[in-house]
Design a protein around this ligand. Structure first.
Ligand code: TNX
Length: 500
């Protein structure tokens, strides 16, 4: 065990920071440690308390939160927002560690929160334990300056094919936060289940939420539960992006309300895994009344700027119906003050200037979207899909887009995936987890880890500063951290795990 690490630049921080300079000594956390905040605001108190809570249990120290301008005593953390640090951007931060004190400074509270994740990662692994441990609690001294390359760095969870409850989603949110991701995309509706309560259309969840793939009991979030998820994410500076997939992937809605079908007949609930067989009736007015109600209620519950409208794999919607449908839905979303994201197929329609196309399969669609001035969210299935199997022996997952070993998932650059779609066309990256084969949190973790940290790094660290050979060593050291957090990860043979 390392008694006194003294080279900050050798710490395994993921995503890799912009700059780490070691000063060759070490800081030691002691029983009297406190977290100081310089401003008496609820937000700063919440961030300070988050750090206090992370430290308290594993160290057993009675860590306090102090709102004060006084000189900190030795062994403390000092958290400061400083508007003059605006060059760090909204999410950037600086950490200066000397033998006595750890100073965390950022232009905004978001940056402080991101910086706390770095502090967690340079603390001994046992800081992530749910039990109390003996010290020493030492950190090497030096300075870290850090900010992200892309502004949108996220993951998607499909809660429709298999339902995941509030606590599972919160645990997933904590995983994103640890790697400085800032977007949580929830795929809330699909053929197999409608998962968000809509008060004006109650049967969507009563009937449409009552099952899932394989015929299990499914489930849904009440509006209150959804708000709890949104709030939990917000406290971690993560924006929830809700998705209502349409006009395809709508069997659960079509089973709940007969009038949404062109033939006026309700469909049977569906518990298989086929795609592309369902469509809303795009030529009937009641469909748009339905969408207006759903988007209005969801927009009210969602403080973030985005509303994802799906739009993928609408194989049974005629193109001449699909295009006016997407155009009209974009207007509805705009009416409720939100910005549209849709899967790349929406590029067939006339995109609004601020609409974002999520590139998952069709390169031509990405070019068409960019040709209309739209921005691209990069989620190429063959690189970024968390439901793709690692290799032929993986029991969970699918492989229609190929196998994605941990190195394959890491070694790509969003700005060179689609010829003609460069960095200035791209807002960021997202790694989706589709859940046709994923039934529990253990299974989720096995597919998500250890790939998620790689996607977080692709979004945060410039391509020129990344290499698999260097990254795999840092990732190998995170295995112990996954273990301390109780994460069931895939112990890939391409990663040099240490301490397991
Ligand atoms: C394609 S990706 C889909 C999903 C499936 C996924 C399985 C996308 C926009 N549509 O409906 O769940 O493949 O990998």
């Amino acid at each position: 065990m390392k008694e006194a690490p003294s080279d900050l630049s050798k710490e395994s921080i993921i995503p890799r920071p912009v700059s780490v300079i070691s000063s060759g000594e070490y800081f030691k956390l002691r029983p009297g440690t406190d977290v100081y905040i310089r401003e008496d605001s609820e937000e700063l108190k919440q961030i300070g308390q988050y750090l206090v809570d992370k430290l308290k249990l594993p160290t057993g120290f009675d860590v306090g939160l102090k709102v004060t301008d006084t000189k900190p005593h030795s062994g403390c953390f000092v958290l400061t927002t400083d508007a003059s640090k605006s060059s760090l951007g909204e999410e950037g931060y600086e950490i200066a560690i000397d033998k006595r004190i750890i100073y965390l400074t950022a232009a905004s509270p978001t940056g402080l929160f991101r910086g706390i994740q770095t502090i967690r990662q340079i603390m001994p692994v046992k800081i992530e334990s749910a039990e109390m441990h003996e010290g020493p609690w030492v950190i090497p001294t030096g300075t870290i300056t850090d900010y992200p390359d892309y502004s949108f760095r996220g993951a998607m969870l499909d809660v429709s094919r298999h339902f995941f409850g509030v606590e599972d989603v919160q645990r997933f949110t904590d995983m994103l936060a640890y790697y400085k991701m800032n977007m949580l995309h929830l795929h809330l509706s699909d053929d197999q289940g409608w998962r968000i309560e809509i008060k004006t259309w109650p049967n969507l969840t009563i009937h449409g939420g009552s099952t899932q793939v394989g015929g299990g009991k499914g489930g849904f979030y009440t509006q209150e539960q959804y708000s709890d998820i949104v709030q939990y994410a917000k406290e971690r500076y993560i924006t929830v992006v809700p998705e209502i997939d349409m006009p395809g992937h709508t069997n659960a809605a079509l089973a709940s309300y007969a009038e949404l079908n062109c033939d006026g007949k309700a469909r049977e609930l569906y518990t298989g895994t086929n795609v592309g067989f369902s469509t809303l009736c795009t030529t009937s007015e009641i469909t748009y009344k339905f969408i207006d109600d759903v988007i209005r209620e969801l927009a009210t519950l969602t403080p973030g700027p985005y509303m994802h409208i799906g739009g993928d794999e609408s194989h049974v919607t005629k193109e001449e119906d699909y295009i006016p449908f997407i155009n009209r839905v974009q207007d509805i979303v705009a009416k409720y003050g939100k910005q549209v994201i849709g899967w790349d197929e929406i590029a067939l329609a006339t995109l609004k200037p601020n609409t974002i196309a999520q590139c998952w399969a069709n390169i031509k669609n990405a070019n068409t979207a960019v040709g209309q001035g739209a921005k691209i969210l990069m989620s190429p299935a063959s690189k970024a899909y968390l439901d793709m199997q690692y290799d032929k022996s993986t029991k969970l997952g699918l492989h229609w887009a190929g196998y994605i070993e941990v190195d394959t998932g890491y070694m790509w650059d969003p700005a060179t995936i689609v010829p003609g779609v460069g960095k200035n066309n791209i807002i960021g990256i997202e790694a989706p987890l589709w859940s046709e084969t994923i039934t529990s949190m253990e299974e989720l973790e096995y597919m998500v880890f250890p790939r998620l940290p790689g996607y977080a790094e692709i979004g945060w660290t410039p391509a020129a500063s990344r290499s698999w050979e260097e990254y795999k060593v840092r990732l190998g050291k995170h295995g112990e951290r996954f273990k301390a957090m109780g994460i069931d990860f895939y112990p890939s043979a391409v990663v040099p795990w240490t301490g397991l």
